[in-house]
Write a protein that binds this ligand. Structure first.
Ligand SMILES: Nc1ncnc2c1ncn2[C@@H]1O[C@H](COP(=O)(O)OP(=O)(O)OP(=O)(O)O)[C@@H](O)[C@H]1O
Length: 248
């Protein structure tokens, strides 16, 4: 990849110079004799939202899990910048405690070692951000799909991560619920959290993303500003995907 493609414009933090958050170098993951990720290269910079696009089975979820430290690489390396800390990962189907919304957030704040005295204020803040203040005493599992996803993201934000990994957070949500999740994701990015979001919703990627990384057959084939990507995809794989022709 030419060096100039790595200098990406970011809409959210124009004043702050972009610094690497995570560097993925020659990442390989093998299962059953098959390279599912195959020498994958990707650098994520501070600021803004990166959409990770690619066809079913390309390896997007695997990459997110590897970035979150859940899968050790079989080859290559994932380097997180010292300022990045532990990335937060939110799955497509949120795994919530069988407890109230408030208890879910309180638990996350305890796990994140937020000092006891600061927890109530931070919890109220997270409820407001996720627009769940009115549901604070509701059982988390009784929430709508969109509310559950907002709770899952708020819970992930409890630890004040610098890198938030979202795996298809709005799959199966209606337009209003999708918009509410997107607003929360945008707010997190505005607050300085680097977001990497997997989505199959091209319109969503165009609405949210500053840049797009395209993954096909275990490799990033291009990583460019979102507008450029959608107007002039460079790799054959990305062109085929955007035209609905790429099947792995
Ligand atoms: N533990 C595993 N063992 C063997 N194969 C696996 C394992 N986990 C994932 N795979 C395979 O790796 C490939 C990539 O899976 P992954 O879930 O990352 O794709 P994806 O790009 O997220 O797809 P989708 O868009 O459908 O969610 C798939 O072919 C999948 O079947």
């Amino acid at each position: 990849m030419p060096a100039d493609r790595r200098v990406l414009p970011f809409r959210h933090t124009p004043a702050a110079p972009a610094r690497p958050v995570a560097m993925v170098r020659a990442l390989t993951l093998r299962r059953g004799g098959r390279a599912l990720l195959d020498g994958l290269e990707l650098t994520l910079f501070t600021g803004g939202i990166t959409a990770l696009l690619g066809p079913n089975g390309a390896g997007k979820s695997l990459l997110l899990r590897a970035l979150a430290g859940l899968i050790p690489p079989d080859g290559g390396a994932i380097d997180l910048a010292p300022h990045t800390g532990a990335p937060a990962l939110v799955f497509q189907k949120p795994v919530l405690l069988h407890r109230t919304v408030r208890a879910n957030l309180a638990h996350a704040l305890r796990l994140a070692r937020v000092p006891r005295a600061a927890r109530a204020g931070r919890l109220a803040e997270l409820l407001v951000q996720a627009r769940l203040s009115a549901q604070a005493q509701a059982q988390a599992r009784a929430l709508s799909g969109g509310e559950q996803q907002r709770l899952a993201i708020a819970r992930a934000l409890a630890a004040r991560p610098r890198l938030l990994l979202l795996d298809e957070p709005t799959a199966h949500l209606d337009p209003a619920s999708t918009a509410a999740v997107e607003a929360l994701v945008r707010a997190a990015a505005h607050a300085g959290v680097k977001v990497l979001i997997v989505t199959h919703d091209r319109a969503q990627a165009a609405r949210l993303a500053d840049d797009v990384a395209f993954l096909a057959a275990g490799r990033i084939t291009e990583h460019r500003p979102a507008d450029d990507f959608f107007q002039r995809p460079e790799s054959d794989e990305a062109r085929a995907y955007l035209e609905g022709r790429l099947l792995l």
